[in-house]
Ligand binder design. Structure first.
Ligand SMILES: Cc1cc2nc3c(=O)[nH]c(=O)nc-3n(C[C@H](O)[C@H](O)[C@H](O)COP(=O)(O)OP(=O)(O)OC[C@H]3O[C@@H](n4cnc5c(N)ncnc54)[C@H](O)[C@@H]3O)c2cc1C
Length: 414
């Protein structure tokens, strides 16, 4: 595949952009692959990419029931940070954050990673204590974060109101190298690189059954027929419970809708990401100028990929307190995605009761930031049977009571 470069852009401009190749192929499925990944979201595609890049496994198919990146990967508010509390989480999220730093060069695809900084506001004494504790833990883990004063918060975000009617800003947890990336581009960049390695990304191919013999996986049944494989990776986020059910085991996850909305574009007014978890809303400004606003999850399990009026009201109320100028903005769009939430708010990455089937799910409200680290570790697990990055996240932690409690870092909107 031809490389993207400034020279290529100039050359194509001169010939009316008629010479660009398709970014990825759309093949029909083969009868058998070494590895099948179900789900062409960021995590599935990243897994396929690192299987090829790090382990030379390229006889891989990624099966997607809709279009690639059309799940949560294309619906999220793109916040990237690694300021988690527990060591296994900090390791995988920081690995991911550091891979984001070089992703555009690595994939030869501009994913628009913007390390503009992320502040998590502390608006209660409890949050102050929680975030100070996280900052200390991060120092020990080698993750650069700091607890900052309200005055410093105001310096970084001049449009903020420190004296909210309900909760004043008492400080914040600041990660200067956190930020955002273009969500679609992450999926497209991985897809292009996978296709370039000869892997098959098969869209509109729904997995409807999982076939196993003698406790070992042999393949899947899909809307395009049966396809065999030696190993199967399930990476389907909010659909994890359904797909695991097809293979005959249950997962400790609940699926709920998480919502977001976006305003009309305005002039640059905020050059970092702000999360206000107590009043519950978070906001950043996209490159087009829109204010990208994240809300909460529905209070009941469901599979509706759409927004609802009560969330608009709740989220906008929180943001108007924090940023009074939001009151004068018109909102353009609202949407939802189905996220898969575990009890300890940490993902499940590991083997399953069926030999040859591996599961990667439970990223809940905050898995975009983890995509490259998760793909890196999951590929290692699938290729070698063990990965230090994913070891603590196995399903057995729920039987053994080894929870990785991230309710402070991830229990809110994301
Ligand atoms: C509104 C919202 C805001 C968010 N904000 C953030 C944020 O700011 N930062 C952050 O880090 N995270 C955020 N997240 C979470 C993040 O989006 C997800 O954790 C992440 O994208 C999950 O990626 P994935 O690849 O696992 O899943 P997905 O991108 O959902 O991909 C799974 C794919 O599997 C496919 N699939 C399902 N069942 C089948 C089947 N039977 N056969 C074939 N294919 C199937 C689906 O169609 C889908 O494309 C947010 C999520 C939402 C919804």
């Amino acid at each position: 595949m031809k490389r993207y470069s400034a020279f290529a852009v100039a050359r194509e401009a001169a010939r009316f952009h008629m010479g660009w190749e398709r970014a990825w192929a759309s093949p029909e499925p083969k009868p058998k692959y070494d590895v099948i990944i179900i789900g062409a979201g960021g995590h599935g595609l990243a897994t396929a990419y690192y299987l090829g890049k790090n382990f030379g496994i390229t006889n891989v198919a990624v099966l997607e029931k809709g279009w690639l990146g059309g799940g949560n990967t294309g619906r999220n508010t793109t916040i990237i940070r690694s300021n988690y509390l527990q060591d296994p989480s900090a390791a995988i999220y920081e690995k991911a954050r550091s891979l984001y730093e070089t992703m555009s060069q690595d994939l030869n695809y501009n994913v628009m990673f913007s390390p503009r900084g992320v502040i998590m506001l502390a608006q209660t004494e409890h949050e102050v204590r929680g975030y100070k504790r996280t900052a200390h833990a991060n120092a020990l883990q080698g993750v650069t974060t700091e607890f900052i004063t309200p005055a410093r918060v105001k310096e970084i975000v001049p449009i903020i109101n420190l004296d909210g009617p309900r909760y004043p800003v008492l400080g914040g947890l600041w990660q200067a190298r956190g930020g955002t990336a273009r969500h679609d581009a992450v999926a497209w960049g991985y897809a292009r690189a996978c296709s370039d390695m000869g892997m098959h990304i098969i869209q509109k191919c729904e997995v409807t059954g999982v076939r196993s013999e003698g406790g070992k996986v042999v393949g899947v049944t899909t809307s395009k027929g049966d396809i065999d494989c030696n190993k199967l990776g399930m990476v389907v986020a909010g659909n994890a419970g359904h797909v695991a059910d097809m293979a005959g085991f249950r997962l400790p996850v609940e699926s709920v809708a998480l919502q977001a909305l976006v305003s009309e574009p305005i002039k640059p007014c905020m050059d970092c990401v702000v999360m206000a978890n107590t009043v519950h809303g978070y906001m950043s400004q996209s490159d087009k100028g829109e204010m990208v606003i994240g809300g909460g999850t529905d209070g009941f399990n469901n599979y509706t990929q759409r927004g609802s009026f009560h969330h608009i009201e709740e989220t906008v109320r929180a943001l108007v307190e924090t940023f009074p100028m939001v009151a004068r903005l018109k909102m353009l769009r609202q949407w939802g995605g189905i996220v898969d939430v575990t009890g300890d708010r940490s993902p499940i990455i590991g083997t399953t009761p069926v030999e040859g089937i591996f599961i990667n799910c439970g990223w809940g409200t905050g898995g975009f930031k983890a995509i490259p680290g998760s793909g890196w570790g999951f590929a290692e697990l699938m290729a070698k049977g063990y990965s230090p990055l994913t070891d603590a996240f196995g399903l057995n932690r729920f039987y053994e009571g080894r929870f990785i409690d991230e309710s402070v870092a991830a229990g809110v909107a994301h």
